[in-house]
Design a protein around this ligand. Structure first.
Ligand code: NAP
Length: 303
């Protein structure tokens, strides 16, 4: 009895709309965890493997959405959602859509208005892991907007990973998604450019990795240090007693000049230097490097 009730969400039927690499991973996971699964995709043949494993291929989008208390969609973008849902949205009143495609906060807000206009219950979300990690309990899925929809379908959403509700603002999930991806690209670009820089002296990526990733990142640029500094960002507190922005500008100048001297791409270091120069021009020269945050918080002039 206890087992049955604690696992009762596993029998919750779910519909998945969109069977690209990510939608397929969502569908496979839900099926593998025992959810009766209905699927619909613009290109129906992509569902063949799922149907062979027991999924139901709906003949129409309306049939798919009507088959389950919750429909998880994972399409290329919001435009794709409107393209396929607009013709049938008025027939789906009171159905529930959870949108897991990527986009911008503005698009998420517009989607909520669209859903309200069609009497659809709607939750916006974003996936923070690649397809092979879907279904792992530690894989984070971000949600924002309707707390009611989140709470009602939380158990089914937990089959996909760790569901985190970020707040009532529907744009928060995609905003966090893009912010975290920005961190990923900026970190990778730092590693790639630094590797190109030492590569100009015939140092291999493998050799550089030992000191860059094996020692420097964990010892100097690590989450513990950044976590400890986060409160300073919130209160704009940038004490320069251990090192000033002016001192860091010296290092940034060396990175830009070394890149040029060594014949590697220098746009990225030059841009980092320019950002720090903007912070100095704004009066932060005797504060620490984190004061560049004050530059990032403002819109770029003239763009
Ligand atoms: N793959 C990843 O690693 C990953 C990770 C995190 C988040 N995401 C996000 O998840 C979403 C889906 O990504 P994906 O990797 O599965 O591949 P995708 O190429 O972004 O999306 C493929 C899906 O969108 C459908 N689609 C595209 N244009 C359409 C249109 N005009 N009308 C109707 N359907 C359309 C495709 O249908 P057809 O099969 O008929 O072409 C397919 O179901 C994206 O927003 C992506 O940013 C992906």
């Amino acid at each position: 009895m206890t087992t049955q009730s604690s696992n009762s969400h596993l029998s919750t039927p779910v519909t998945v709309v969109g069977l690209g690499p990510m939608g397929m991973a969502l569908a496979e996971t839900l099926l593998g965890k025992g959810h009766p699964l209905t699927v619909w995709n613009r290109t129906p043949g992509k569902a063949d493997g799922l149907v062979a494993k027991g999924a139901h291929r709906a003949a129409t989008l309306a049939e798919a959405v009507s088959a389950s208390p919750v429909t998880v969609m994972c399409l290329k973008d919001y435009d794709a959602m409107y393209r396929i849902f607009d013709p049938v949205a008025d027939t789906l009143a009171h159905r529930t859509l959870v949108n897991l495609n990527s986009g911008t906060p503005k698009e998420a807000h517009a989607a909520v208005s669209w859903a309200e206009a069609h009497d659809l219950a709607y939750l916006d979300g974003a996936i923070m892991v690649p397809p092979p990690l879907v279904g792992h309990p530690e894989s984070v899925f971000l949600y924002s907007g309707s707390r009611e929809v989140f709470d009602k379908h939380r158990a089914a959403l937990a089959s996909l990973g760790d569901p985190r509700f970020l707040g009532a603002d529907p744009g928060l999930a995609v905003l966090h998604n893009t912010a975290l991806l920005e961190m990923m690209y900026a970190t990778m670009n730092g590693w790639l450019h630094a590797t190109a820089l030492v590569g100009s002296a015939n140092v291999s990526a493998v050799d550089f990795a030992e000191i860059a990733l094996g020692w420097f990142m964990p010892a100097v640029v690590n989450p513990t240090t950044l976590l400890a500094q986060a409160p300073d960002l919130d209160r704009a507190h940038y004490p320069g007693d251990l090192g000033t922005l002016d001192m860091n500008l010296n290092a940034l100048e060396h990175i830009a000049r070394t890149s040029q001297e060594q014949g590697v791409h220098s746009d990225q270091p030059r841009q980092m230097k320019e950002l720090a120069e903007q912070a100095r021009a704004a009066g932060h020269g005797d504060q620490n490097y984190l004061s560049v945050f004050e530059v990032f918080k403002k819109a770029t002039q003239g763009r």
